[in-house]
Design a protein around this ligand. Sequence first.
Ligand code: DGL
Length: 258
Amino acid sequence: MTNNKPIGIFDSGIGGTSIWKAIHELLPNEKTIYLADSKNAPYGQKTKEEIVALSKKNVDFLLAKNCKLIVVACNTATTNAISELRAEYDIPFIGIEPAIKPAANNSKTQVIGILATKGTLNSELFNKTAEMFHDTKIIEQVGYGLVQLIEDGNLNSPEMTQLLESYLKPMIDANIDYLVLGCSHYPYLIPQIKKILPEHIHIIDSGEAVARQTQAILREKVGFCDSEKMNPVFYTNTNPMVLNTILDQKYPIVQADF
Ligand code: DGL
């Protein structure tokens, strides 16, 4: 089945590019449109109603660009708004949720850590999933301040190290052997996180799983692009500098009001 329309991807900011990278790697012929709603980041501290409204605004923008499928590349928006989006729009949505399942299933210590936003950890969807793994102790930690530092381009700042140490040390003390990154911004912190965690602790995020799910939905329901190479386009509603750096200055970025 052929479908040459683009895949739409959105996040509260630049973090979802970690998901975009996984999708682009697995499906290089697909045209992608990425929306970074950095003006409204972080979503993690907002109410469910606010997150639903912002998510709908992003979807309307992507639908106006004729997208065939939308990837919600944000755990906070997925866990708070994906049911509302699916109820309102007649287009397939793929969401991203913290990878509790592979962590809990593979943990030897039966203790796993999860770092995510307040909005994700408080959501009904996350708590329902977590309940399914009641044999595993899940240490939940809100990553206060991390998204803002990433959005501002301060990935390697002393403040970042200090925050990460304060969030991860109690998990190390509690004997976790898996750390789940439950926010699409956090894969950009893996080098710093690795400096803090002992080597035996595995770090997992959901990027590849989302890319594989996108591929499956294209195959089963939507259709693939049949062109040789489709250039990705990125939209942001703030200064594109940090987004540009995170993309290694390789792609066109459009600054727009949305
Ligand atoms: N990147 C987002 C997530 O996956 C949201 C971060 C935020 O805006 O608070 O949760």
